[in-house]
Write a new protein. Structure first.
Length: 94
């Protein structure tokens, strides 16, 4: 088991070996107390590859369900390739 605080800052790699970005945090369901999503700050290269427009200030953060995480070690490896990540929504501002 991995503690959420140990995920923050880890690189996120897609199944086709693309560096998607870095983990910024997690989302927790307060009824079940289970982690449901990881928040990922997308790299500039990933933003371009996904066909997104980078804002003038800041970046883009997506919330990916933890069911798409394959393994966690020195990096977070996803089960999805970069094309499959394309429909992942941006995180809502809290």
């Amino acid at each position: 088991m991995v503690q959420a605080k140990n995920l923050v800052g880890l690189n996120v790699i897609t199944a086709d070996a693309t560096k998607l970005g870095r983990v910024d945090g997690t989302e927790v369901d307060t009824e079940s107390w289970k982690t449901t999503h990881i928040r990922i700050d997308l790299s500039d290269d990933s933003i371009r590859e996904l066909g997104l427009k980078k804002p003038f200030m800041g970046g883009i953060r997506i919330c990916l369900p933890v069911t798409h995480v394959g393994t966690v070690g020195d990096v977070v490896n996803l089960k999805l390739n970069i094309a499959e990540v394309r429909n992942t929504p941006e995180c809502k501002a809290k």
